[in-house]
Each structure stands twice: as structure tokens, then as C-alpha cells.
Design a protein around this ligand. Structure first.
Ligand SMILES: [Zn+2]
Length: 417
């Protein structure tokens, strides 16, 4: 279900046709006007980025940010602006061909920072600073910039364009926002291609979804006084041994496979034998088999350690539970897909060099359903993602914005002037 081009996959003319489509669109006056709008509005885009970053958007707490964005969507002339039951914000730029399927552009609006994290934003020597400033305020600004430029330059896109500011991408949000959108027949049946904008840069095309699984391991015990109950089995000691055992699991370099113990919690006080210890584990791989193997290794570590630490007496009984708290599918876009050809043609047109990469993004959801999706950056550069020291350098932002705009319009088509 693509809206532009009718050649069959694998046809050697397909690449040429994608290139012709892109260079045709790039040469249209309204598209040139939209490109110029990006350059002339760069101070306003920096300002928008500081404003959106200053609105906290912790996991499951994106409401204030999406309310602010709903006003921006409406100002930019998008129609049917609304938030769905999860808090995803959607808006439509109507197309000349109302029956064509949507080309969708998305940016996640949640951050990794829990509620209450102090958020200080600043503009210093050309760079922007603040938690989430790059991941994903740069993506949010790209959504607004593309909508703004299309509106100002009066570009007549053929297929309608769906703008999505989605929730729940990061961490334990587990892609819940995008998952929900693709569960709605109104969208799943009508989105031809999804272009996810996530973070800064122009040098990557994420066309392969990195699979990840996350677990919470809980060890429970009887607990007691550190002096008078000495000898009662200690859940923290058991958890430490589980970590030690699991962390020795060998992982292949290829397919790249990783694990991380990200959070450890537990205990009551320094002079109490704890009743509870928990940890959260993240595992990632391009291969489902490797994720399965890590899952077995985690269970094996728990099953091995618990009987070792548990004694025979009642107070020495420990129990453990492994709970799945996240599961992101691994999947990839076929090499002959129209979307991949189009982004390649866009990069050729703009003189940009990008490599195909694998990552865990909102694109995982459509990719796992066999639908077309990629994730690309918003332009500029950034660093310190997922830390409060995150920064964004807007130098080169307009290349990223042109890339997104040209891809969107090459896919959607532009009505003949
Ligand atoms: Zn992100």
C-alpha cells in the first residue's frame, strides 16, 4: 500500500523512478519555498525547542506537553486535531487526493526523566541544553517545522499527511503509544508509510527494529533484625549472586546482543535483614534467538542461586519471581521497499550520506506487522541523551528538515500546479 510509484519491487527502474520522483518534487517552487522557510525560521525553531523541553513529559505523564502541542498543531492549520485515549496527539494535513492512504510523520513526546526531575533549559553559545532537548524535542520541533513550512509555502500534497506526537516510547512505556495507534483500524488500515523522527542527526536510516526484552526480578525473604536474627536468608545477597551469575553470560558480537542491570532496589535499613530485593534488566538483540537465550540464562541464574542461598528453616526460605516488563519485537524493512528506495533517493538528491542502522524505536511496531516504517533524525547534532546534561547543536538542522520534508512529499506526491 504505497501512494507513489507503481513499479514492482526488484525492478531496476524502481530506483531511477524514486530518484526522478524526488528530483521532480525538489524542483517545485512551493517546495523550494518550504526549504527557505526552514532557514529563515531557525531562531523560532530554537525557541520552540526550549519551550517544549521545559514542559515535563515523564513516562505516563505527557499530558501537559501534548496539550501545549495540540495548540501548536491547530495554529499550523492541521485538521481533526485530537488526543486519543492514551494521550497520543494526532492532526491531519489534508491532501488533494482524499482517498489516498496517509503518509504519517511521528515524534515521541515522552522523556526518560521521572516526574519531579528539575528541568533547566538554556541557550548558550548557539547550543541548546536541557533534559530531553535532543531526544526527542528535536524530533517534536521537526514535526512542527514540517507542518509550518507546508502551511506557509502552500504545498499541495496529494496524499494526506498524518502528524503524530505519540506517548510512551521510552523505557517502560514500551512503545505503548505507537502500539495503540496501529491497533486502531482507522489508522492501521490507512497509514501507507510511517516516518519516525527520533533524536538529532542526518547520518542514519533506522530500517531494522532492534528487539528488546525487559524483566523485573524480585527476591523475597522473611527479613529480620541484623543482630538477633542473624542467619536468616538475605534477598540482597541472593540478588547479588544472581546478578553475578547472569552477568557472566557470554553474548555474541554478531548479531549484536547486550544486557544491562539498570536498577537495583531493596532493603529497609542498615540494621534490618531485608524482606525484598528487586532489579530491572534490559536485554537487546537483533536476533530473537539471542533474546530467548538471555531469558533462559536469567531464569537459570535465579533457579541456581535461590536454592543455594535458601536454608532449610522457615526463616531461611527465599522466593524469586521473574516478570517481563517490556517486550519490543525485532523486525526489519525489506531492502526492496519503496520507503527505503525513497530515502536513499532523497539522500542522493541532498548530497547526504547515511547508513542503515538497527535500533529500538516506534518504527518497531509497524515493522513487526510487515508495514513500511523507518526512523530518521531531525538534523543538527546532539549528545548526552538520557542524562540531564543533554545538549543539541542546531547547526545543520535545515538539512534534516529538508530530508524529512522531501521524503514525505516524495511519498505523498505533490498535486500538479
Ligand atoms: Zn527517542
Amino acid at each position: 500500500m504505497t501512494s507513489a510509484g507503481t513499479f514492482s519491487p526488484g525492478d531496476p527502474r524502481a530506483l531511477r523512478s524514486a530518484q526522478q520522483q524526488v528530483s521532480h518534487v525538489a524542483g517545485l517552487q512551493p517546495v523550494q519555498d518550504a526549504f527557505a522557510w526552514f532557514r529563515s525560521h531557525s531562531p523560532q525553531l530554537d525557541e520552540l525547542q526550549l519551550q517544549v523541553t521545559a514542559i515535563p513529559a515523564p513516562p505516563w505523564g505527557e499530558g501537559a506537553r501534548s496539550a501545549w502541542l495540540a495548540e501548536r498543531f491547530a495554529e499550523l492549520g492541521l485538521s481533526d486535531v485530537h488526543r486519543d485515549e492514551l494521550g497520543n496527539l494526532l492532526g491531519i494535513r489534508a491532501g488533494a487526493d482524499p482517498d489516498a492512504p496517509f503518509i504519517a510523520l511521528s515524534a515521541h513526546i515522552d522523556t526518560v526523566f521521572p516526574a519531579g526531575t528539575p528541568i533547566a533549559v538554556r541557550h548558550d553559545a548557539g547550543n541548546l541544553y536541557g533534559p530531553g532537548i535532543s531526544d526527542n524535542s528535536s524530533g517534536i520541533v521537526a514535526l512542527l517545522a514540517v507542518a509550518g513550512a507546508l502551511d506557509a509555502a502552500k504545498v499541495a500534497n496529494s496524499a494526506p499527511i498524518l502528524f503524530i506526537a505519540d506517548v510512551g516510547e521510552e523505557g517502560e512505556g514500551d512503545l505503548r503509544g505507537m502500539r495503540h495507534i496501529y491497533q486502531q483500524p482507522r489508522w492501521s488500515a490507512t497509514i501507507a508509510s510511517l516516518v519516525v523522527i527520533d533524536g538529532a542527526g542526518t547520518d542514519t536510516i533506522i530500517a531494522e527494529g532492534l528487539g528488546s526484552r525487559r524483566y523485573e526480578v524480585t527476591v523475597r525473604g522473611h527479613g529480620g533484625h541484623s543482630w538477633s536474627d542473624f542467619g536468616v536468608a538475605n534477598p540482597i545477597v541472593a540478588l547479588a549472586r544472581i546478578i553475578d551469575r547472569f552477568a557472566r553470560t557470554p553474548v555474541p558480537v554478531s548479531p549484536k546482543t547486550t544486557f544491562n542491570i539498570g536498577i537495583v532496589n531493596g532493603g529497609t535499613s542498615v540494621n534490618s535483614i531485608p524482606e525484598l530485593a528487586t532489579m530491572r534488566v534490559d536485554t537487546r538483540s537483533a536476533s530473537v534467538e539471542e533474546l530467548d537465550r538471555l531469558e533462559r540464562a536469567l531464569h537459570e541464574a535465579v533457579d541456581h542461586v535461590i536454592p543455594e542461598v535458601t536454608g532449610r528453616k522457615k526463616q531461611e526460605l527465599l522466593t524469586a519471581e521473574v516478570r517481563v516488563i517490556g517486550n519490543r519485537p525485532a523486525a526489519e524493512l525489506p531492502g526492496e521497499s519503496q520507503l527505503l528506495k525513497m530515502i536513499r533517493a532523497v539522500d542522493t538528491q541532498l548530497g547526504n550520506t547515511a547508513r542503515i542502522q538497527r535500533a529500538s524505536t516506534d518504527a518497531n511496531i509497524p515493522l513487526s506487522l510487515g508495514r513500511e516504517a523507518i526512523a530518521i533524525g531531525a538534523g543538527g547534532s546532539g549528545g548526552g541523551a538520557h542524562t540531564i546534561h543533554e545538549w543539541y547543536d542546531p547547526t545543520g538542522r535545515d538539512l534534516g528538515l529538508k530530508r524529512i520534508l522531501l521524503l514525505t512529499l516524495a511519498l505523498a506526491g505533490v498535486a500538479d500546479e
